[in-house]
Design a protein around this ligand. Structure first.
Ligand code: BGC
Length: 720
């Protein structure tokens, strides 16, 4: 039944309306285990019982019975019986934890990405959650920034594909009917990933063209897919904090993109307009945020404490508040909460659905598709008759779920040791920690030395603990912690094959690892089934197929280093380049250690017979580009065939390569397949100096290959 939501608004007092715009954390609500535990900054918010009764939404609440209790209590006390919206960060799984998004990105698999979001939505909704604060689609170029693990990487096209897949997975096709879905909230708008120096919450200052070409497409893709909500970011954009940025919200989101869903501030971001230095006090912060377009203020009370006065003094038009309330009520209506305020919450089903076998199998599958094989000097796959020493702080660690897995159980996560045990007899596998993440003891070292001395192969399980990335998890030195590098160095003289399995939330500076060991498997944070998935890969029961979606720097001094950069006027590798006056470092290469799109398999693929259907593309005549790919190795394998384009002379400078399309193909040993890409004029458009989105007539190069570095070139012209 479609309700007259406006009639609610007419009946609401100004205070009741303003409270709809407030989002509070769990301890404020009756019916929760932590009810009343309001300490620290929360105590200073000055929230009264009256406010809680009228509040529009809660964050961080999950668990069917608890949600039912809270909603019941709320409906008892809310004068008009307006249900609470329950929001939570269900980012890469609810209790069944999937690999972190950066790892999912490396799968290049939209179907599995969508499935992971659908499973997360199913577990979350049966546990009472209505909205998830995901997907995070910020484009990232700086691995010092801890939150790169929440993104799918450095490419706008790929990020947009993933944004769409995640939104489809979370929301399904009809939120009202499908109660096993949740509304999605794309974040963090905008350009949070471009923080200067990779330091969280830091300044972002981009040209309009950079913003539109690289950073905005993924948010827009999420909204095109029907994403219900947008979250603002903490950073400034051209001098104005995103949470008070009228140009971003009113002009871009509302006017240009016609987004009419709910905009929520990030946690405390409205009040942060004060330390940012654009508001003198909370009242000014409230005025700026509501004018700029923030509907819900998360976890601070500038709106609650000041909007009414601002309305009375005519600094804020009440119509702005009514609009925001209407959008929130519309979302509640769309989720069916007026008819069934408990929606999917079902304690009995919750027991069956959450962390069930099927979901765990899906997590295992996606983890196998997300771990990237970075090096392999004929050591992998492991052979079951070998004797192995598993050494390192991640050998027996459940800290493999990664940031944003607050509901996942580290205790229930499959550790690497447990995964390997299923493939070997106990006598063939010895385990030792060797060191901690950042500490070491003589006993740990002795145990590791003994285990390594007796083994045929050493498997090193190394990495960063999950607090070393994620929000506020930035690092300036992104090598492995010193003790772990020392562990490798001390084991090296044994002369035994060494395989490093890395658990981390960012591309690392791999000095001391890549050059020392024989094989490297980047496992990221692989999730609940991580150990099982890695064992599948190490033993070749599943073929590694993932490809990097963020470059691994040669050294931190290159950062930001990304594949879709500009050529400069003095490129280093030009045929007529001078020796000295070129764009280069004197002490390190310009290129990253491992480029975007890179990843190995246990087999080899050759590319041949590159062809293009014509020399010239016209508006009516697209081009077909073909490439024969042959599996020349001994085992079956999956390859990600990538198509890039370069516009050789643009209206403004163009990236040296831009990903336009890709195909993930599976080939048996000896098998060939001809991959065909169709390239059309609209794929060549970009933002010109006057911000027109258009293509240029003239010369282009298409590149096809297994990664952004090793490609075959095909030239063509666009005629208009
Ligand atoms: C994070 C968001 C998150 C929010 C709510 C913030 O600190 O930046 O990504 O959704 O908290 O938990």
């Amino acid at each position: 039944m479609k309700r007259q939501l406006n009639s609610y608004i007419q009946q609401m007092t100004l205070e009741e309306k303003i409270a709809q715009l407030l989002q509070l954390a769990v301890p404020f609500f009756e019916g929760t285990e932590s009810a009343g535990q309001i300490t620290g900054p929360m105590a200073a918010m000055g929230i009264t019982d009256e406010t809680v009764r009228n509040t529009g939404s809660v964050l961080g609440l999950a668990g069917a019975q608890e949600v039912i209790n809270v909603q019941k209590a709320h409906l008892r006390s809310n004068r008009l019986g307006i249900p609470l919206l329950v929001m939570a960060d269900i980012v890469h799984g609810y209790k069944t934890i999937f690999p972190v998004p950066l790892a999912i990105g490396c799968s290049w698999d939209m179907e599995l990405a969508e499935k992971s979001a659908a499973i997360a939505a199913k577990e979350a909704s049966v546990s009472g959650v209505h909205v998830t604060f995901a997907p995070m689609v910020d484009l990232v170029r700086d691995p010092r920034w801890g939150r790169v693990m929440e993104s799918t990487g450095e490419d706008p096209y790929l990020n947009s594909q993933f944004a769409r897949a995640f939104v489809r997975g979370f929301q399904g096709s009809d939120l009202t009917k499908e109660t096993d879905r949740v509304a999605a909230c794309v974040k963090h708008f905008a350009a949070y990933g471009a923080a200067e120096g990779g330091r969280d919450y830091n300044t972002v200052d981009l040209s309009e063209r950079q913003l539109r070409e690289f950073y905005l497409p993924a948010y827009q893709a999420a909204l095109d897919e029907g994403c219900e909500m947008v979250m603002t970011s903490f950073n400034t954009v051209e001098g104005i904090p995103a949470s008070g940025n009228k140009r971003l919200m009113r002009d871009l989101l509302r006017e240009e993109w016609k987004f009419d869903g709910v905009i929520i501030s990030d946690w405390g971001a409205v009040k942060e307009l004060i330390p940012h230095g654009v508001a003198e006090d909370e009242a000014e912060a409230a005025r700026k945020a509501i004018h700029a377009g923030v509907d819900i203020e998360m976890m601070t009370t500038c709106y609650m404490n000041h909007l009414a006065d601002l309305v009375h003094s005519q600094s804020v038009d009440e119509a702005l508040i009514d609009e925001a309330v209407l959008r929130i009520l519309q979302l509640k209506e769309k989720l069916g909460l007026f008819d069934n305020p408990y929606r999917g919450a079902d304690p009995e089903r919750e027991q069956e659905v959450v962390f069930c076998e099927d979901h765990r199998a899906a997590a295992r599958e996606l983890a196998t598709k997300s771990c990237v094989l970075l090096k392999n000097e004929a050591v992998l796959p492991l052979r079951p008759e070998q004797h192995m020493a598993l050494i390192g702080p991640f050998a027996q660690s459940g800290d493999i779920l990664g940031p944003w897995s607050w509901l996942g159980s580290k205790e229930k996560a499959v550790q690497l040791y447990d995964g390997l045990k299923t493939k070997l007899s106990t006598s063939q596998l010895t385990v030792a920690s060797g060191c901690g993440i950042e500490t070491e003891t003589p006993e740990q070292w002795e145990e590791a030395w003994k285990a390594a001395s007796e083994a045929d192969v050493i498997i090193l399980a190394l990495g960063e603990d999950s607090d070393m990335s994620g929000e506020a998890g930035c690092r300036a030195d992104i090598r492995l912690p010193e003790v772990q590098l020392r562990l490798i160095e001390k084991l090296k003289p044994l002369g035994k094959p060494m395989v490093a399995v890395l658990f981390n939330g960012r591309p690392l500076d791999l000095h001391g690892v890549y050059d020392q060991v024989d094989a490297v498997l980047e496992a990221w944070y692989p999730g609940s089934e991580g150990g099982a998935a890695i064992a599948d890969l190490l033993f070749g029961d599943v073929q590694p197929s993932a490809r990097l979606t963020m470059s691994f720097p040669y050294s931190v001094g290159q950062i930001p280093v990304y594949y879709n950069s500009f050529n400069t006027g003095r490129p280093k590798d030009a045929l007529d380049a001078q020796v000295k006056y070129v764009s280069q470092y004197l002490d390190i290469p310009n290129e990253p250690l491992l480029p975007f799109g890179f990843g190995l398999s246990y087999t080899t693929f050759t590319y041949s017979d590159a062809a293009i259907s014509a020399d010239t593309m016209t508006l009516e005549r697209p081009l077909h580009l073909t490439m024969k790919v042959t599996n020349t190795g001994k085992t079956a394998g999956e390859e990600v065939v990538q198509l890039y384009v370069r516009d050789l002379a643009g209206d403004v400078v163009r990236p040296v390569k831009e990903l336009k399309d890709f195909r993930k193909i599976e080939l048996q040993s000896g098998e060939s397949q001809t991959v065909t890409f169709t390239l059309t004029e609209d794929q060549l458009r970009y933002y010109h100096a006057d911000l027109q989105f258009a293509s240029d007539a003239g010369a282009f190069t298409a590149f096809i290959g297994p990664n952004s570095r090793d490609t075959v070139e095909l030239g063509f012209r666009l005629e208009k």
